[in-house]
Design a protein around this ligand. Structure first.
Ligand SMILES: Nc1ncnc2c1ncn2[C@@H]1O[C@H](COP(=O)(O)OP(=O)(O)OP(=O)(O)O)[C@@H](O)[C@H]1O
Ligand SMILES: [Mg+2]
Length: 142
């Protein structure tokens, strides 16, 4: 599925629509370069999944993972940007997350070798040479 986003609000809307289709066990990998909107997308998705539109959703840039409670079970938001060795993710509760919850992952390329093959790939890319436009591609890989 492809979505043309023309604003941050469009990207948030796309995330909210996707949230309705997410269930326990889903792994969502957010691809895209710096500043493409992965965290914007993740934040809107998390707020929709935990049904708290005003919840503060800090970026896990330094903590590497933040956890939430959703109606579908625990929700894990990982940011792998600072991971140097993919094995580091095991120290962050990765296996427990895979077993019990929903995973949202920024910078999945950092742990490419251990990324589950069954996942949802979400890619944010530039569009129309416009700094506010994004092509959002969502693909379920089984
Ligand atoms: N259509 C759009 N969708 C999402 N964000 C947009 C859009 N247009 C402009 N922006 C802006 O782009 C920025 C995206 O920042 P964000 O932190 O979400 O990026 P990121 O992909 O997580 O980057 P990083 O890899 O550095 O963490 C925000 O400042 C946002 O306002
Ligand atoms: Mg980010």
């Amino acid at each position: 599925m492809e979505i043309h986003s023309h604003s941050e609000a469009d990207t948030q809307e796309a995330a909210q629509a996707l949230a309705k289709k997410i269930k326990a066990g889903d792994v969502l990998a957010l691809h895209g370069d710096l500043g493409m909107g992965k965290s914007v997308f993740a934040r809107a998705l998390i707020r929709a999944l935990i049904e708290k539109p005003d919840e503060e959703v800090p970026s896990p840039t330094f903590t590497l993972v933040q956890t939430y409670d959703s109606a579908q079970g625990p929700l894990y938001h990982f940011d792998c940007y600072r991971i140097e060795d993919p094995e580091e993710i095991y120290e962050l509760g990765w296996e427990e997350a895979l077993e019990s919850g929903i995973i949202i992952l920024e910078w999945p390329s950092r742990i490419a070798g251990i990324l589950p093959t069954r996942r949802l790939d979400i890619t944010l890319a530039p569009l129309h040479n416009n700094p506010e436009h994004r092509l959002i591609t969502i693909n379920r890989v089984e």
